[in-house]
Design a protein. Structure first.
Length: 340
């Protein structure tokens, strides 16, 4: 088994893909003593669909949060269209990165259309006074936004539900609405965090088609997903995070065939990986405790056996005595007489 867990082996750009759009270098995120993401490099080129996979707790969402201004990385740098990203999520959205969340975050009591309109606020120039005075500029901007929002709802297949309250949509449609809302900010890069979570196979297939259609609109996509079939069907390139570090990056065939990826998913310890020493210590301590417990149990069993044997011996003696008494019934009576 190979043991290289460095982050320098960035795969070559997929054929036909364009210039670098997102460029993350040495991104590290620490929470107190825990390093959730460690020195991760990742590039997404225009026209690409890139997958980010890894076991639970590998640091995928934390890395996403570092790309979208929700977290400021402890170390490293994220550039988008060759500019360092500002450390505020609304500024990142304005710069051209939109995202969806693992746990759907819609405005439950707003209509489907209103939810998409909220997503457009970074693209409307009308300010506070324009909204208050509701002059012709405001009405024109509002009409344009509505038109664009309706077009996006048609695109994701929710045009007929524009007036429904978002909370009344089935789960799969809520995920589509989140995508429409993210697209409303006119991004160059869309980050999807587990877009098929909770979906049935048909909905997952439809989401796959939707992501291809988004790419066909010139929007690059970076997607976190646990559904491997979805990822390997969809992505030009896949990066694998394990314990906060990038283990490997490559096309679907390369990643699928890498034994370290299989090991990571099956939970086998990786040689020289960051947690290996601690895991080995825990394993040794557990083995030691199990041995001590087994020895205890053995000693107890031996003790119990000895007691049983003693009890059996005592019983045998009692029985012998009883037998003797039966043979000489007068002994006791005589004894009793003597006692008196
Ligand atoms: N705000 C936080 N404060 C402290 N620890 C955090 C925080 N966010 C994440 N972590 C920790 O960082 C590690 C990585 O978590 P993260 O959610 O990024 O993993 P993930 O790969 O997205 O997992 P999953 O696939 O289960 O969503 C975990 O150990 C998690 O507990």
């Amino acid at each position: 088994m190979t043991t290289d867990t460095t982050t320098t082996d960035t795969a070559p750009a997929a054929p036909g893909s364009g210039t670098p759009l997102l460029d993350a270098r040495g991104v590290t995120m620490r929470f107190g003593g825990l390093t959730a993401v460690r020195g991760v490099d990742l590039t997404v080129n225009s026209g690409e669909i890139v997958g980010l996979i890894g076991p639970n707790g590998a640091g995928k969402t934390t890395f996403f949060n570092c790309l979208t201004g929700l977290y400021v990385p402890t170390e490293g740098e994220v550039r988008f269209r060759d500019k360092v990203l500002p450390p505020k999520s609304f500024k990142v959205t304005a710069a051209g990165i939109a995202r969806t969340f693992q746990n759907i975050r819609l405005f439950a009591n707003m209509t489907v259309l209103e939810n998409v309109l909220v997503g457009r606020h970074t693209r409307t120039k009308e300010g506070f006074w324009s909204a208050v005075l509701r002059g012709p500029g405001f009405h024109r901007a509002e009409a344009t936004s509505r038109e664009r929002a309706m077009e996006l709802l048609e695109f994701v297949g929710l045009g007929h539900k524009a007036d429904h309250l978002s909370r009344n949509l089935p789960y799969g449609e809520q995920r589509k609405l989140e995508i429409a809302r993210a697209l409303a900010s006119e991004p160059g890069l869309l980050l999807l965090d587990e877009p098929t979570a909770g979906m049935n196979p048909q909905e997952t297939r439809a989401t796959e088609e939707l992501v291809f259609a988004i790419r066909d609109r010139g929007i690059a996509v970076l997607v976190i997903e646990h559904d491997m079939r979805f990822i390997f069907n969809l992505c030009d390139r896949v990066a694998v995070l394990v314990q906060g570090q990038k283990l490997i990056e490559g096309d679907s065939a390369t990643v699928q065939g890498d034994e370290r990826v299989v090991a990571a998913y099956l939970g086998e310890p990786l040689e020289n990986d960051p947690g290996a020493a601690e895991a080995a210590e825990v394993e040794a301590a557990e083995a030691h405790a199990a041995e001590a417990e087994a020895a205890d149990a053995e000693a107890q069993a031996a003790g119990a056996q000895a007691t049983d044997a003693e009890a059996a011996e005592a019983q045998a003696t009692d029985a012998e005595a009883a037998g003797a008494q039966a043979e000489n019934p007068t002994d006791t009576a005589a004894g009793k007489e003597n006692d008196r």
